[in-house]
Write a protein that binds this ligand. Sequence first.
Ligand SMILES: [Zn+2]
Length: 158
Amino acid sequence: MPFPEFTRPSPNCDATVPHEQLGVVFHHTVISFDETIALMTDPARQVSYHCVIAPDGTRCTLVPDAHVAWHAGVSSFRGRAGCNAFLLGLSFAGDTYAAPLTAAQLASALEWLAPRWFRHGWTIDGMTDHRQVAPGRKDDLNPVEWDRLRAALVARFG
Ligand SMILES: [Zn+2]
């Protein structure tokens, strides 16, 4: 059975330039799933992810892949600045320093990734987290949880 998924469109995105969809920046939200959806759909906040995953694996889509979500801020990946233009934002509700990712969150992330991975020809080299693209400014994910996630990606997709 796939995980439940629903959509709450966020106004906090740029639909005028097509998203390049070269890979993914993973985040955690610190706050709860419901609080995240409320914040990301508030136009005053100017922040969004493409998708957020609850501890039970339920996914909420906030921004279509084709649009630029505002998740990474000042950032750079493999020498290129401005990750929002070319990396999708996928976030886990909760704080990975306070509690590990749940098995359902990991499985739901793999389910979300699978069609995109093959459609775009992604590899593990296109996967990163907020801590790595904004070093010193952001600390998500906990490195231990990033290692768990990365191992799950390699096991699933090679
Ligand atoms: Zn983040």
